[in-house]
Design a protein around this ligand. Structure first.
Ligand code: ADP
Length: 630
């Protein structure tokens, strides 16, 4: 499976690989952002729950506190009852009512909370509400009763007192009855007061009955008394009602207190639970965050490493293979098979390497063949040079004899020659001399090529050399009717080190050619130096026939003459420049030619200025090897 994926991935174009890699990392980022959002909301939720639970707990505690206050007020009323008899009025009930109203407000606040749906707390709060509402309605009834009872000036109490005063105004003694009535209204002497008042009213009735008033007046007084009795009865019964409702109050408040206690317990527990849940949520959230970060780093890192490795690895292999091939290991191949750009590059590279290896093998083969051929050529050249050297030497002896005998004939030692004979012998001597010159040249060249030349380095005067050239060549200049100019630059040293004979040979060669190939005009010899480069130069310039550009290099080859036909106008062997170039090379110099057809040529020999320590310098092996390859 993994292998299949790797192969599939390797075959993707690099751009797709990068897009895939970055895409995976981006989706990873989105996933982790999603996890973070879920985690945060999970934590927020838990915190909200904890806050709500705490708020519920606080409300429950306030409820309990209010309930305790109610109970305290009730206890105060109870104590008062014990101490002074039962006494209830609006002022007694007001604080209780205030606490009850506060409790109802707390309950409605509680019910208004978002999260009040916990089954325990909901059941309890509804129960508490029911009880508190019952308490409240009982309280309102009590308020109504207290209202109806009034005091000695209003309500039933007021009725009682004012009507007693009507009877008192008619001359009946109501003092005791008024006193008792005030006590009943004010709940003083609660246990006996009502009974005593009834007894006093009975007495009052008797005194009305027994008074000497008309029956009509008596009846009207008795009617007033009857109203007084009703008010007294009302007061008495309301007292009973109030006492029993207080008993009901304490039962309800007792219930509510128990419920409130439970409620607080429930809320405390729920708050503690919610808090620990919140803490848990935070802890788990923390783990999720860290695990998420680590996982993301690992997966992201893995994707990055995988992608970059799959892209970079073939490049590394390719680079290493290139380096190995460039250091000569032509059998190396990348063996990369993927179909992406690098894979295709590597496969082309492998094909190229195969081709290079094949060509390299061919080259090695050819080099071997060349080596053999070179060795053969070298040995053939050496044999040729040796043969030429020997042959030339052998040729010179009979040639010298021919020339010597021709001279003797011309001198008339063996008798005078007639003019025809003289002419023929002179031709004989001329051709003999030419042949000798040719043989000498061949001998010279052969000597150079077969390493038999030794340079004799010693001080010589370039100026003396130029003067010598002037005298040697002036005859030739005159014969050809040419101007011959010589100039030695002022900075040319008085003395230079070199093989004067060989230098002279070279200069004579160049000057001879210049005179030979110039019909009119002049021939110049310039000697100059380039002290900075530690070089000096001899330049021979003519105004002769010039050399065509294609032939500039050919003229240095042996037996090469531009006019190579048998009817050529200029005589010569074609060896002069070959010898000249070889000698110049042996002297570590170089020869340059500048020429224009029909205008003339300049041959310049540049030689090194050798420091003053005259030694015999044998020809360098490198130079010989080169000369043999001519
Ligand atoms: P050669 O004995 O024929 O002069 P060289 O080797 O000295 O042999 O010269 C080779 C050829 O180079 C000459 O035959 C001639 O064609 C050409 N050459 C040499 N020097 C000059 C020159 N100064 N002007 C024109 N051609 C020249």
């Amino acid at each position: 499976m993994i292998n299949k994926f790797t192969v599939w991935f390797d075959n993707l174009p690099i751009q797709r690989k990068l897009i895939l890699g970055f895409g995976l990392i981006a989706s990873l980022l989105f996933v982790s952002m999603g996890i973070e959002i879920v985690r945060t909301s999970f934590e927020d939720n838990a915190r909200q729950k904890s806050d709500d639970a705490q708020q519920r707990m606080m409300l429950a505690e306030r409820l309990r506190t209010e309930m305790i206050s109610v109970r305290r007020e009730e206890a105060t009323i109870g104590l008062n009852f014990l101490a002074y008899g039962f006494a209830v009025d609006s002022e007694t009930l007001d604080p209780i009512d205030a606490h009850v109203q506060e409790m109802l407000a707390i309950i409605s606040e509680f019910k208004g909370l978002k999260d009040n749906t916990g089954s325990d707390s909901k059941g309890t709060i509804l129960e508490i509400e029911q009880q508190v509402l019952a308490y409240d309605s009982a309280l309102q009834t009590s308020f109504d009763l207290v209202q109806q009872r009034g005091n000695e000036n209003e309500g039933w109490g007021g009725d009682l007192v004012s009507k007693l005063e009507i009877l008192s105004a008619q001359g009946f003694d109501t003092t005791e009855a008024v006193k008792l009535a005030k006590e009943v209204v004010q709940f003083r002497n609660a246990s006996e007061g009502a009974g005593l008042l009834q007894a006093e009213l009975d007495k009052l009735e008797t005194s009305i009955q027994s008074s000497e008033r008309s029956q009509v007046k008596k009846d009207s007084y008795l009617a007033v008394l009857s109203e007084i009795r009703t008010a007294a009865t009302n007061l008495e019964s309301s007292q009973g009602l109030l006492v029993s409702s207080f008993a009901e109050f304490s039962i309800i408040s007792g219930n509510v207190e128990t419920l409130a206690e439970n409620f607080v317990d429930i809320q405390e527990k729920s708050s503690a639970d919610a808090l620990s849940e919140y803490k848990n949520a935070r802890r788990v959230g923390g783990y999720v965050r860290y695990i998420g970060i680590v996982a993301m780093l690992m997966i992201g890192g893995g994707i990055t490493v995988f992608t970059s490795q799959r892209i970079a690895k073939p490049i590394t292999v390719l680079t290493e293979t290139t380096q190995r091939i460039s250091s000569g290991a032509y059998n190396q191949r990348t063996a990369i098979k993927s179909q992406d750009e690098i894979g295709q590059l590597a496969q082309s590279f492998d094909r190229m390497a195969t081709e290079i290896q094949r060509r390299e093998a061919n080259l090695v083969e050819q080099a071997e063949e060349l080596k053999v051929a070179t060795a053969q050529a070298q040995s053939a050249a050496r044999v040729k040079s040796e043969f030429l050297a020997n042959m030339s030497h052998e040729l010179r002896t009979p040639l010298n004899a021919i020339i010597g005998f021709s001279d003797m004939l011309l001198m008339g030692i063996a008798g005078e020659l007639n003019s025809q004979q003289r002419h023929q012998v002179e031709r004989l001597r001329l051709n003999g001399n030419r042949l000798l010159a040719l043989v000498n040249d061949i001998l010279d060249l052969a000597r150079i090529e077969s390493k038999r030349v030794e340079l004799i380095l010693k001080p010589f005067s370039p100026r003396a050399l130029s003067e010598h050239m002037a005298s040697q060549m002036s005859v030739l200049a005159k014969e050809n009717n040419l101007k011959f100019e010589i100039k030695v630059e002022s900075d040319v040293p008085e003395q230079l080190i070199g093989d004067e004979k060989r230098i002279e040979q070279v200069v004579v060669n160049l000057l001879s050619n210049a005179f030979k190939f110039t019909q009119q005009g002049s021939v110049r010899l310039d000697i100059t130096t380039n002290l900075a480069e530690k070089q000096w130069a001899i330049a021979v310039t003519d105004t002769g026939i010039g050399i065509p550009p294609h032939a500039i290099n050919l003229i240095f080859e042996e037996f090469r003459q531009l006019d190579g036909t048998s009817t050529r106008a200029y005589q010569g062997s074609g060896l002069g420049l070959a010898i000249t170039r070889n000698l110049v090379r042996i002297m570590s110099g170089e020869i340059k030619v500048q020429s224009k057809l029909g205008e003339g040529s300049t041959f310049t020999i540049v030689l090194p200025i050798i420091p003053e320590s005259p030694t015999r310098q044998k020809t360098e092996p490198a130079v010989i090897a080169e000369t043999l390859n001519l």
